[in-house]
Design a protein around this ligand. Structure first.
Ligand code: AMP
Length: 547
């Protein structure tokens, strides 16, 4: 017997319809490339999204068409998220920080028919347009007065397109299983792979991520997605903020510590999300200027492991909770968020902090397990590390354009190595390819990096496994010092005493000016290895000292 309840499809336009109807006067504030800060409301955004939908249909896109965006976080990008997927086309967010050849490759692989771009990427568009013959229209996301003079055919002006259309557009009935958005993985090895999000997965992800034990979003929040809308849909915030009716604040291209600080202060931001490097620059700014953000209560940090020292300093110096979350492009991206359980509330600060540094626990809809090399499930004891596998309503089943399934017995292998504890908290010990394998034992590069970054003179650190004639690999620590700070190699190595087993100590330290980062803000160990290819070990190894 079937249930007898309504079946309303879980599709993205319903989020903006809800936001207009119940939070129509709630503000969306954007830093713009043209200069002034732009302010409007959810009602305005919905009206303009409908105008943009008309324009896209007039440009010949329809169900299944891919429409690319090369854009920062801003109100036009937000409108396009809804306008594109609301017509049944697919919002393909492209990471403009990739090399131009990679951007062109991704546009061609996705078969984008139209690409909308922010003014900052005009030169990029001019450089790649000839290599993207499938793109019928390039739309500059600005008004006539700011149109760039580009030597490309088919250049259109976003504001002119909208001005020509009425807001009288009825969102078509869409199958909730149809595709809404497309995002490519950063592709540190091989070509990037496309992940095609369905409307249903996007809605369920938005619902689950807004829950109190996940991002805990509400209509009283002022949400500033610092994580770019081209990095896994800004972790779903352009969907979950309208779902709860939170005010949205988009930082545009201004992502340095000072700009973020003044935006957060002026708009009274209560919640934000970003990668560790962004929070590092905000922290440096607040320290230098002895400034505070009294309205900011919580910031999500993810995309890479957050050094515990930074979490501690945010909480103790600034009264801001830096909350760890873990995810992947393949997971829409939320896998886990670190929120405590009732049994943890009576713990002292140190014990709570020890839990807080883990990547967190999954909300309903996401399931995790760890396995050994033979696929056997490992105990959830908080100690045994193994390959992390996931399954859930918003996890990839197949990559875009690929016949082969990445799944293993219905589970997605994440490529991360992790522990799971009896409370369900997951802790990443490494990326499988970054684990340092020394004499048959595994050394966590993240542990070594976190210890280094707890040293007051260290700004950033990366640990690499470098080939060793006797031990297979040994850890090398690469360090960037804080401005005006100094510490010797010996003092840094001594800093490891008592914090990890002796055989895990790095064998050597290399000081460099800056670490290379990937287009999504992670330390690029591939580029770092390349930079250090002439490095040779000193002797003896810490391993010899101990054995
Ligand atoms: P991406 O698909 O670009 O978002 O990259 C996903 C990968 O980033 C994951 O598989 C992890 O290796 C890493 N990652 C994401 N969040 C965290 C986190 N909180 N701690 C450690 N690593 C993370």
């Amino acid at each position: 017997m079937q249930g007898q309840m309504m079946t309303l499809p879980l599709t993205t336009p319903s989020l903006l319809e809800h936001a207009e109807r119940y939070h129509g006067d709630t503000e969306i504030v954007s830093c713009t490339l043209e200069g002034p800060v732009h302010r409007y409301t959810y009602a305005d955004a919905h009206r303009r999204a409908r105008q943009a939908a008309h324009a896209l249909v007039r440009l010949g896109t329809g169900p299944g068409s891919r429409v690319g965006t090369l854009a920062w976080n801003g109100y036009r990008h937000f409108e396009l998220y809804y306008a594109i997927s609301g017509t049944g086309a697919i919002t393909h967010t492209i990471n403009p920080r990739l090399f131009p050849e990679q951007v062109a490759w991704i546009i061609n692989d996705a078969k984008d028919e139209v690409v909308c771009f922010d003014l900052s990427f005009a030169a990029l568009v001019e450089a790649i347009a000839a290599d993207c013959p499938g793109v019928r229209h390039w739309v500059a996301m600005t008004d006539r007065a700011h149109m760039p003079a580009l030597r490309i055919a088919n250049l259109l002006c976003y504001e002119e397109l909208l001005a020509a259309e009425s807001a009288d557009f009825a969102w078509p009935a869409l199958d909730e299983h149809s595709a809404a958005a497309l995002c490519y993985t950063s592709g540190t090895t091989g070509n990037p792979k496309g992940v095609l999000y369905s409307h249903r997965a996007t809605l369920l992800h938005a619902l689950a991520s807004a829950l109190p034990d996940a991002l805990a979003l509400s209509a009283c929040d002022v949400v500033a997605p610092v994580v770019p809308m081209f990095h896994v849909n800004a972790w779903g915030l352009p969907y979950s903020a309208p779902l709860v009716g939170a005010k949205l604040v988009f930082p545009g291209a201004c992502l340095d510590g000072e700009s973020i600080f003044s935006l957060f202060e002026r708009e009274r931001v209560t919640f934000s999300a970003g990668v560790p490097t962004v929070w590092l620059s905000l922290q440096q700014h607040m320290r230098q200027h002895a400034s505070r953000l009294p309205h900011l209560r919580r910031m999500i940090v993810g995309g890479a492991a957050c050094p515990p020292a930074m979490m501690r300093s945010y909480e103790q110096e600034f009264g801001i909770q830096l909350q760890h979350a873990w995810g992947m492009t393949e997971l829409s991206p939320m896998g886990t968020v670190n929120t405590l359980k009732a049994s943890h509330l009576g713990l002292d600060d140190e014990a709570r902090f020890a839990i807080g540094v883990k990547q967190g626990r999954p909300p309903f809809g996401m399931d995790l397990k760890t396995v050994d090399d033979h696929g056997n499930e490992l105990p959830r004891d908080g100690k045994t590390a193994g390959a992390l596998l996931v399954r859930g309503h918003w996890v990839v089943e197949q990559y875009f354009g690929s016949e082969a399934s990445p799944l293993v017995d219905g589970w997605f292998p994440t490529g991360d190595v992790a522990t799971l504890d009896p409370d369900g908290f997951m802790q990443i010990t490494d990326r499988a390819k970054d684990v340092i394998k020394s004499g048959g034992e595994w050394i966590s590069s993240i542990d070594l990096e976190n210890i280094a970054m707890a040293h007051p003179a260290v700004a950033e650190a990366a640990a690499l496994g470098i080939a060793h004639p006797k031990w297979d690999e040994r850890p090398l620590l690469v360090v960037v010092l804080k401005p005006g700070q100094a510490v010797s190699r010996e003092a840094l190595l001594a800093h490891y005493a008592g914090k990890v087993a002796r055989f895990c100590y790095p064998d050597d330290v290399v000081f460099i000016e800056a670490l290379p980062h990937t287009a999504t803000g992670k330390v690029s160990k591939v580029l770092l290895r390349e930079q250090l290819r002439d490095y040779r070990w000193p002797t003896p190894s810490q391993r010899e000292v101990t054995s």
